[in-house]
Design a protein around this ligand. Structure first.
Ligand code: NAD
Length: 458
C-alpha cells in the first residue's frame, strides 16, 4: 500500500487558466515574427520545450498583476550566441560542431548556467533552459541571472582527446561573453568536472592568469568545491524531506522510482536510500531495473559502470521508461531530460509526489492532468536548485581564495534549500495554488522587481 495518499497533501488545488501562448505572435519593428519567441504550432520537441517554458511564465505573469512593461523583455533572451567549432578528429578528419550560449536575463547579477553536451541540443532547447535558470537562481535568492550553453554532439561517441579539443574550441568561441563577473558556466547533462577543468584552463591561458571564478563544477584539485558533484541530488533529497515533514511523514520506507541514472539521478537515489527510502525502480536512456524490495544503489552503479547497462543486475527485473513512470511507487523523481512526463504518460502515473530533478520534465498538459489527479509536483526550479547553489558557494570560494569543508557546504546548502521550500510552501498556502505556480510567482516577482529598479539603459 502506498504511504502517501492524494489527499494527504494540499498544494494541488488552484489551476490558473492556461492562456493561449501569445508570445509567438510578437512582431519585430519590420512586422516579421520575432524568432526569439516560440513559434506556435510546431511539433518539434525542443521548440515545444521553449513554448512550455513560456507558458508557465506567462501563466504566472498574467495573474501577478506585474507591470506589463517588463514582460516583453523577460520573454526573450537578452543574448543568443551561436558558434561553430571545427575539431580535428582522431582519424585526422575535421568535423564541425554547433554550439550555443544563451544569456536570458542578468538583472540580479552575472549570468550563470550549465553547459550541455547532447545530440539533441538546439537553440530552442538552450533558450528554454536559460529562462528556467533565471527563475531558479532568483527562487533560491542567488545573486545571478540565468544562462545556458550547449554543444550538439554525442559525448559518448567522442574520445577524451576529441572532447578536450571541442571543449577548448567552444570555450574560445564563447570567450567574448563569459567571465567571472559576466557569465559563469557549470556542468549539465553530458558534461562533468573534467570538461569544466578544460574550460578553466582555456579561459585562464587566454587572459594570462588562473581565473577560478570563470566556471564552477571544477575538480576539487583545481579550485572546485567539495560537495558540488552530489549537490543537485542532495538538494532533491532536502526538498523532498522538507515537503514530507509538512505531511508529518519521513523518507523512511517510501517507495521511490528514479528516471535517469547520471549525475542527478544517481546521487538523488543514493542519498534517498541513505535516508531510509526504498529505490524500487531506476532507468537510464536504454535500460532499467525494478525491484519492489528496493535496489542496492551502490551495487547497481558499480554494475552500470562495468557493463554500460542497468540490466543483468541480479537483484531485479528489467523495465523500460514507460513502465518506470507507471510503476507502483510513492514518489517519482524524473532526473533525465525534458518532456519525459507528458500527456501520454501522466494518466498512468501512480506516484503521489513528483520531484523534478531534471529541468522541464513535465509538460504543461501533463502538469494539469497530474494536478487533477491529486499529484503534488515539487517543481524543477526548486527541487534541482542544489547544484547551482553549491556552484555559487564554489564561485564565492574561488573569488575569496578561501575554501570550505564538506560540513559547511552541506549545512549552507540545506539552509538555502529549506528556506526556498518554506517560502514556496507559504506562498502556496497564501495563494491556494500549486507549488509550481508558487515558485514561479516568487521567482518572476524578484526578477521583475530587479528589472524595474534598474530601469532601462540608456
Ligand atoms: P547526465 O548526463 O549525468 O545523466 C542523464 C541521465 O539521463 C543518463 O542516465 C541518461 O542515460 C538518462 N537519459 C537521457 N535521456 C533519457 C530519456 N529519454 N529517458 C530516460 N533516461 C534518459 O545528466 P545530469 O547532469 O544528471 O542531468 C539530468 C537532468 O538534470 C537534466 O535535465 C539537467 O539539465 C538537470 N540538472 C542537472 C544539474 C547538474 O548539476 N548536473 C543541475 C540541475 C539540473
Amino acid at each position: 500500500m502506498s504511504l502517501l495518499t492524494p489527499d494527504s497533501h494540499s498544494k494541488t488545488t488552484t489551476t490558473p487558466p492556461h492562456p493561449a501562448p501569445t508570445a509567438g505572435k510578437s512582431k519585430t519593428m519590420s512586422g516579421q515574427t520575432n524568432r526569439l519567441h516560440p513559434k506556435p504550432g510546431t511539433q518539434h520537441d525542443n521548440t515545444r520545450f521553449w513554448q512550455n517554458a513560456h507558458l508557465f511564465f506567462e501563466r504566472v505573469y498574467q495573474t501577478m498583476g506585474l507591470d506589463p512593461v517588463w514582460k516583453q523583455s523577460l520573454s526573450t533572451p537578452k543574448r543568443v550566441l551561436t558558434v561553430s567549432c571545427p575539431i580535428r578528429m582522431d582519424d585526422g578528419s575535421i568535423q564541425v560542431f554547433s554550439g550555443y550560449r544563451v544569456q536570458h536575463n542578468n538583472a540580479r547579477g552575472p549570468f550563470k548556467g550549465g553547459i550541455r553536451y547532447d545530440a539533441a541540443v538546439d537553440r530552442d532547447e538552450v533558450m528554454a533552459l536559460a529562462m528556467l535558470q533565471t527563475w531558479k537562481n532568483a527562487l533560491v535568492d542567488l545573486p545571478y541571472g540565468g544562462a545556458k550553453g550547449g554543444v550538439v554532439c554525442d559525448p559518448k561517441k567522442l574520445s577524451m582527446g576529441e572532447k578536450e579539443r571541442l571543449t577548448r574550441r567552444y570555450t574560445a568561441e564563447i570567450m567574448p561573453i563569459i567571465g567571472p563577473a559576466q557569465d559563469i558556466p557549470a556542468p549539465d547533462a553530458g558534461t562533468d568536472a573534467q570538461i569544466m577543468a578544460w574550460v578553466l584552463d582555456t579561459y585562464s591561458m587566454m587572459v594570462g592568469h588562473q581565473e577560478l571564478g570563470v566556471v564552477t563544477g571544477k575538480p576539487v584539485s583545481l579550485g572546485g568545491s567539495v560537495g558540488r558533484e552530489e549537490a543537485t541530488g542532495r538538494g532533491v533529497m532536502y526538498i523532498l524531506r522538507r515537503f514530507l515533514a509538512t505531511q508529518n511523514k519521513s523518507l523512511s520506507g517510501m517507495k521511490i522510482a528514479v528516471q535517469g541514472f547520471g549525475n542527478v539521478g544517481f546521487h538523488a537515489a543514493r542519498l534517498l536510500e541513505e535516508q531510509g527510502a526504498k529505490i524500487v525502480a531506476v532507468t537510464e536512456r536504454a535500460s532499467g531495473l525494478f525491484n519492489e524490495n528496493g535496489i542496492d544503489v551502490a551495487g547497481l552503479a558499480k554494475h552500470y559502470k562495468q557493463t554500460g547497462t542497468l540490466e543483468g543486475f541480479d537483484e531485479g527485473d528489467a523495465l523500460d521508461n514507460d513502465e518506470l513512470l507507471a510503476c507502483d511507487c510513492d514518489i517519482l523523481v524524473p532526473a533525465a531530460m525534458e518532456n519525459t512526463v507528458n500527456a501520454d504518460s501522466a494518466p498512468h502515473i501512480r506516484a503521489h509526489v513528483i520531484v523534478e530533478g531534471a529541468n522541464g520534465p513535465t509538460t504543461p498538459d501533463a502538469d494539469e492532468i497530474l494536478r487533477d489527479n491529486g499529484v503534488t509536483i515539487l517543481p524543477d526550479i526548486l527541487a534541482n536548485a542544489g547544484g547551482v547553489t553549491v556552484s555559487y558557494f564554489e564561485w564565492v570560494q574561488g573569488l575569496d581564495n578561501w575554501f570550505w569543508d564538506l560540513p559547511r557546504v552541506q549545512t549552507e546548502l540545506q539552509r538555502v534549500m529549506d528556506k526556498a521550500f518554506d517560502a514556496v510552501n507559504a506562498k502556496a498556502d497564501e495563494a491556494d495554488c500549486d507549488y509550481r505556480t508558487a515558485a514561479y510567482t516568487i521567482a518572476v516577482g524578484r526578477v521583475a522587481e530587479a528589472c524595474k529598479m534598474k530601469g532601462l539603459f540608456p
